[in-house]
Design a protein around this ligand. Sequence first.
Ligand code: NAD
Length: 355
Amino acid sequence: MKYNLAVIEGDGIGPEIVRAAIRVLEQVAPGKFNYQQVIAGGRSIDQHGVPLTDEALATCKNSDSVLLGAVGGPKWDTLPGHLRPERALLGIRKELGLFANIRPARLYPVLKDACPLRKETADKGFDMVIVRELTGGIYYGERGRKQDSDGNTIAFDTETYNQTEIDRIAKVAFELAGKRRRKVCSIDKANVLESSRLWRERVHVVAKDYPDIELIDMLVDNAAMQLVKNPAQFDVIVTSNMFGDILSDEASQLTGSIGLLPSASLSSGRCGMYEPIHGSAPDIAGKGIANPIATIVSVAMMLRYAFDMNDEADRIEQAIEKTLQKGCRTIDILDNDTQPLGTNAITDAIIAELA
Ligand code: NAD
């Protein structure tokens, strides 16, 4: 059986890193995938005048999974909001119902010198997964501007969550924790926000179905501090759209480079979208120096979550680790005494480990 993979190379470094990841995928699962190229983002604006055509969306919807590089770049920065390349992603997330964003943040032991934390904290290492709610909360709530009676302009955004949205994301977090170290930390601002109080209530209701998983609650301001003080304490974090957006970027930086971190966006069905967490890096696009590891690990996540190909996913992760242990480095994770490898050269090294 062959799976259909919708491939959005996107803009900037997108094509370089996606092609590298597909070379690795073909090494571990040769001939298992049909690749359907989808034009979205800036390239789609140039070719079709919109960031995502109906046809492109339909291809994604009809595929078994979507692999994305990144979209956007300075060329399209001055377009109005509804025509920006990033709109393509919002459209795909909404139409595919991708409500759960899974972002692992793990410090590779061999890269602990790249961690910006104190040595004794980095030495302990960390391996956490942030589960961020992706289709609700303040990014989707009612917003607008109005004038008060004195002519003052008021702007407002609304944080709204219903219990169904909270229950389903909590379930994702507990299921994931069951396959890891069995700890969930739910992050909210329940001392101030009513939406957070419902969040906390519902997470505890869902927790009753998972008696063997430890649950703790943490306020978001404390969580921001704990991430830099003692990241090793976290296993699975579950949180709302905006808190997850901010905390996952904070966590990513602790690993040393944004070029290492993958993500998966999942729906209640099988089809998800897999992508590195970084953007299109226009400053290094076309130079052949981008780090492909985040995209390659995203492919490993896809194999594990969408296709139950755990052995293949493990092999990819082990090959990356061995490649790093041998001292192979791209420019973003360079030690002082090594020569940087380009995108293709480090991909060759990873493939050599796999072979
Ligand atoms: P960015 O993540 O593209 O780049 C930030 C910095 O990290 C840059 O210096 C870049 O060179 C470096 N970097 C990123 N990925 C790297 C890699 N794989 N290897 C080596 N270095 C890497 O963020 P930005 O500069 O803020 O955004 C650039 C564009 O990407 C913008 O148009 C933005 O809107 C878009 N963007 C897209 C996505 C997405 O498609 N999911 C996400 C974030 C940003």
